[in-house]
Design a protein around this ligand. Structure first.
Ligand code: HEM
Ligand code: HEM
Length: 125
């Protein structure tokens, strides 16, 4: 798997959605989706691109399976969490309805970041 490219594609997808929500908020004057917009852009786009560039700068980090595991965990975690946050802020679902999927997706993101951190310690020389 080309982890750098996959993270770039994932991040760009998030950025497109994030910008559309930002434009909607700016145009409508309804800023109630701000936290959803912030996490689509930051957790979705910025983090993915930072990960992509890190794996490109330290190609030895992609030798084992840690990078692929990280990508899959971030893909699932960030998409599920951002979808739930959007639906909650758009008042389609209640905050209570985010359980248990939200904590599970947060754990996916966290475990992915732990895999990334371990990979940095071992291979980013
Ligand atoms: C055309 C692109 C964009 C538009 C039209 C837009 C528009 C907006 C609007 C209307 C808000 C709500 C402001 C408020 O209620 O205080 C907002 C919040 C925010 N935007 Fe954007 N945005 C854009 C792109 C981005 C990008 C690329 C990022 C990050 C990489 C970003 C990060 C944020 C963050 C973090 C907040 C939340 C700020 C807070 O805590 O209130 N935005 N944006
Ligand atoms: C699993 C990951 C994350 C979780 C569960 C999470 C959770 C939260 C929560 C509960 C809030 C308060 C929202 C509100 O008051 O409506 C928040 C706000 C915020 N978070 Fe996160 N966050 C995560 C990751 C991140 C990351 C990676 C970034 C930046 C790179 C970030 C940037 C922000 C910003 C800028 C705000 C203020 C935005 C606003 O309320 O307009 N978060 N986050």
């Amino acid at each position: 798997m080309n982890v750098s490219r996959n993270f770039l594609l994932l991040g760009t997808g998030f950025l497109i959605v994030g910008i559309i929500i930002g434009m909607y908020m700016g145009g409508s004057g309804d800023h109630s989706l701000a936290a959803s917009h912030a996490h689509i852009n930051l957790l979705g786009f910025v983090l993915s691109v930072v990960f992509a560039l890190t794996y490109k700068a330290y190609p030895q980090m992609t030798d084992g399976r840690l990078a692929s595991i990280h990508f899959l965990l971030h893909l699932v975690g960030a998409i599920v969490l951002n979808t739930l946050l959007f639906l909650m802020q758009a008042q389609v679902i209640s905050e209570a309805a985010m359980v248990p999927l939200a904590p599970i997706s947060e754990l996916c993101v966290l475990i992915g970041v732990l895999a990334f951190g371990w990979n940095v310690l071992k291979n980013a020389n």
